[in-house]
Design a protein around this ligand. Structure first.
Ligand code: ATP
Length: 359
């Protein structure tokens, strides 16, 4: 999106658990960056649901699309809501009903000390996973029959449409063409990850579309890997990856593994994007009930997510300053305990805000 002078309107939905702790830190950092944005906060989440049974108010998704330039979300999930219905309706609702079809998850190692692998440097972990976000096994197609009997049957359909597969693969190629690595070198290769040796029907569609779309981008190298092989390779030699495109479920799983390479779930950022529409940005981690409310959650995933959002809105310099401050904090161990520091959530966030404010 090109930079313009208008104030960008951001809907903020902190949600549940550690979302309520990390998002306020992200907001402080954005304020310190002096980006021309204004926030409107929404109380959607478990507390609201338990109070009045509202998950998303009527017209909620249209309102977000109409009145805001971007959404910054925290996490959704609470042990008091056993069905997790509110999380499903809010988070999957935004992804599906607002048609945010590209889940973009950058995987970057900021400091060698954060990686559990031996002899891996930041230059070896700098790839991005583009996950299909609106189809696959997450559409809830299927059902349970003869529940509670010995003959019970459960089916979960894997939905893959020509349109859905084509647009996510094209997004990956466009992304590869338009983005550079952290060191400034161009991105060169799109790898498609599937399980087409076993899931042959869906695999056939993905394979055919990948070849067709790749032909439009002759300057970009292509590669294919089965998802099981990819998991092994990600641990053995993460430096070989550049842009990875995959379906909803494989993208969900491999990005948790990828988060491990960059220092854990507390470090991973993501965007849920539909080019030209209001998009939603959220850290990869969830509500993490065991650590919620203790001021120990790492706010850097949420802070890096806010940098990703600012960059998407055209505030590229502000985003770069925030990323530089996080890098500094990691190097100086001004971090929470999960990545080797001694600070609490608020203190780590305040350190970044202070640093960004002085830039
Ligand atoms: P949800 O059901 O909302 O997905 P979850 O607890 O199942 O929540 P995550 O929130 O992704 O899944 O977290 C799993 C574990 O990873 C947490 O219990 C916590 O130990 C760790 N973790 C996740 N996010 C963070 C963070 N920001 N800082 C520190 N540790 C984290």
């Amino acid at each position: 999106m090109a930079q313009d002078n208008s104030t960008k309107r951001i809907a903020v939905i902190a949600g549940d658990g550690i979302g309520k702790e990390v998002i306020p830190q992200a907001l402080e950092v954005i304020r310190a960056s002096r980006s021309n944005v204004e926030f409107t906060e929404f109380d959607w989440g478990a507390d609201r649901f338990l109070r009045d049974r509202t998950t998303v108010p009527p017209d909620g998704f249209s309102m977000l699309g109409r009145d805001f330039d971007a959404i910054l979300a925290g996490a959704f999930g609470d042990p008091r809501v056993k069905t997790n219905i509110h999380a499903k309706e809010i988070l999957l609702g935004m992804r599906f009903k607002m048609d945010l079809y590209a889940n973009v998850r950058p995987v970057r190692l900021l400091d060698a000390a954060l990686c559990p692998l031996k002899n891996v440097e930041p230059k070896d972990v700098d790839f991005v996973v583009i996950r299909e976000n609106t189809e696959g096994v997450y559409t809830d197609a299927g059902g349970i029959f003869k529940q509670g009997t010995p003959d019970e049957i459960a089916t979960q359909e894997d939905i893959n449409t020509r349109k859905g597969v084509e647009r996510i693969i094209r997004y990956a190629f466009d992304y590869c063409e338009q983005h550079t690595k952290l060191d400034g070198s161009p991105r060169r290769r799109v790898l498609m990850c599937d399980k087409s040796n076993a899931l042959t029907h869906a695999g056939s569609l993905w394979q055919r579309v990948f070849k067709e779309v790749a032909a439009e981008f002759p300057q970009i190298e292509t590669q294919h890997m089965y998802v099981d092989a990819l998991c092994l390779q990600m641990v053995r030699d993460p430096g070989q990856f550049d842009v990875v495109v995959t379906n909803n479920m494989f993208g969900d799983i491999i990005t948790d593994l990828a988060a491990g390479l960059q220092g854990g779930l507390g470090m991973a950022a993501s965007g849920n994007i539909h080019p030209g529409k209001t998009s939603m940005f959220e850290p990869v981690h969830g509500s993490a009930p065991p650590i919620a409310g203790k001021n120990v959650a790492n706010p850097f995933g949420a802070i890096l997510t806010s940098a990703m959002m600012l960059s998407h809105l055209g505030f590229t310099q502000e985003a770069a300053r925030i990323e530089a401050a996080v890098l500094d904090a990691v190097r100086q161990r001004k971090t929470t305990q999960d990545i080797g520091g001694t600070l609490g959530t608020r203190e780590a966030g305040a350190w970044i805000a202070e640093r960004v404010g002085h830039d």
